[in-house]
Design a binder for this molecule. Structure first.
Ligand code: ASP
Length: 321
């Protein structure tokens, strides 16, 4: 069974959602699909999530978000009509969301509705079950996943049933809608993969995998074929735009491989992220850089015999700032 997560650009407009549908139709093992909120259609466009944060800011300043929310609503109604679906059943849902934002339910509630509305729309288009992550995914105050999440999900997920799941949010321990950090739909995908014991977690984006160097800086940057969870963490720690640790932690625990794929080029292999790999002439996974970051390597014969060396080093670094 495969869990797939589609990012904002994969659901930004009707033609992208049609691509998602053909990817899903091509493999019956793809049974759980997590969606982000519609992202940018071009570089000057706005992300639905950003517009929703702005709606909330207006409400905080004592104004109604009615006018601004029309832009959000239009993104969905345009997609619906381009997909040949009726807008009418969706209008009361949009209106209810707008009223709740105007009633002051806060930034996290407002932002979460981008994914909520997208998942409801895609579920209707596919004819699959919409599975809300509030209250199933429980997010602690520090933004990490509460263990109850897995028992909650395991209780409701039925084998063979096909689900569309909104990314990015769940609920707090007090039962209020709570979001992960920005880009958090990746975490939702990893959580669902672990809860459903997926064989593979496919993460669909608009690039054909993880690049070994920043393609904006290096012209013939190559896609990494296979890398380990650890290499992902190392690269992310020093500035590469790959997954964050919290987004891979649930799948590392369950040893589920991640395949980063491109919605616009589904036949490309993408990058496989696994527990370990053969060093087949490619010992180096990738190169990244972060300013203000340095690594200190200390070599000394019989180093393991001397005690207190780490303490001495850290003290020295601390003293000299
Ligand atoms: N829509 C959210 C964001 O823009 C989460 C996500 O896309 O993963 O950050």
């Amino acid at each position: 069974m495969i869990v797939c997560k589609f990012g904002g650009s994969s659901v930004a407009e009707a033609k992208q959602i049609q691509k998602v549908k053909s990817i899903i139709d091509a493999d019956p093992d793809r049974q759980i699909v997590i969606v982000s909120a519609p992202g940018k259609r071009n570089k000057d466009d706005e992300k639905v999530t950003d517009m929703l944060y702005n709606c909330n800011s207006m409400v905080q300043q004592g104004q109604s978000c009615r006018e601004l929310f029309k832009k959000v609503a239009n993104r969905y109604t345009n997609i619906l009509s381009e997909l040949g679906m009726a807008q009418k059943p969706f209008l009361p849902i949009l209106d209810e969301v707008r009223q709740m934002i105007d009633a002051g339910h806060g930034a996290e509630y407002a932002a979460s509705r981008g994914e909520y509305l997208c998942a409801r729309m895609v579920a209707a288009y596919f004819g699959w079950t919409f599975l809300d992550t509030d209250p199933l995914i429980v997010i602690k105050d520090d933004g990490t996943v509460h263990e109850d999440t897995y028992t909650n999900l395991k209780k409701v997920l039925k084998k063979g049933e096909k689900y569309i799941v909104p990314g990015f949010y769940g609920c707090s321990t007090e039962g209020k809608v709570k979001t992960f950090s920005r880009g958090g739909s990746d975490i939702t995908g990893a959580i669902l993969s672990r809860a459903a014991d997926a064989d593979i977690y496919e993460n669909w984006t608009d690039v054909s995998g993880v690049f070994s160097v920043d393609p904006r800086l290096v012209k013939d940057a190559k896609v990494i074929k296979t890398m380990t969870y650890r290499e992902v963490r190392e690269l992310a720690g020093v500035g590469a735009g790959v997954f964050h640790e919290e987004a891979i932690a649930p799948v590392i625990a369950a040893k589920i491989p991640i395949n980063v794929k491109n919605t616009n080029a589904p036949m490309d292999d993408g990058t496989m992220i696994v527990g370990s790999r053969e060093i087949d002439g490619h010992p180096l996974a990738g190169v990244s850089a972060k300013s203000g970051y340095s690594r200190l390597t200390l070599r000394k014969l019989m180093l393991f015999k001397s005690t207190g060396i780490r303490h001495a080093l850290l003290t020295m670094l601390h003293i000299f700032g």
